[in-house]
Design a binder for this molecule. Structure first.
Ligand code: DQA
Length: 145
């Protein structure tokens, strides 16, 4: 069985490090991917990462993960709150899905309180900043057994 985990990063996450550091911290996306990769490796998991600002790219990556990846960890960025195409693609993925956010969207503006990803996720990790990337890999390892 494959032990490959797909980590997906949505729009504007490529700007982490300089994007609203008071909200998202000063670590870059590369830093977070390195954290995730190290945590995955500690569980014997391989990690593949894709960041895109385009919804279609993320939908395509989720479709291609079917039968190829064991699990998906996704920080969909603002797509979290309205991208039903990502919801549908994740619903068709057979493995565990972990929703991940650096901030806690539930304690921010009301429009961030809705997640269209949460209903098709095994669980959500929110509000723990960069530590969430390691927590997400721990969660995936637990779900995969
Ligand atoms: C985010 C939260 C979203 O509401 C926001 O649009 C982002 C980042 C987070 O990681 O905290 O782009 O997903």
């Amino acid at each position: 069985m494959t032990r490959l985990v797909l980590l997906l990063s949505g729009p504007n996450l490529n700007m982490l490090g300089t994007r609203q550091p008071e909200v998202y911290g000063t670590a870059t996306l590369d830093d977070h991917v390195a954290t995730a990769r190290a945590a995955a490796a500690a569980h014997g998991l391989d990690l593949e990462h894709l960041q895109s600002n385009a919804e279609a790219d993320l939908v395509g990556a989720i479709q291609r993960a079917r039968g190829r990846c064991a699990a998906i960890v996704i920080n969909p960025g603002a797509f979290t709150h309205y991208a039903w195409s990502i919801h549908d693609a994740l619903a068709a993925f057979e493995g565990p899905v972990v929703e991940l956010h650096l901030s806690n969207p539930n304690s921010r503006e009301p429009w961030r309180h809705t997640s269209v990803v949460a209903p098709v996720a095994s669980g959500s990790i929110v509000g723990f900043g960069g530590k969430g990337y390691a927590l997400a890999m721990d969660a995936v390892a637990g779900l995969l057994g």
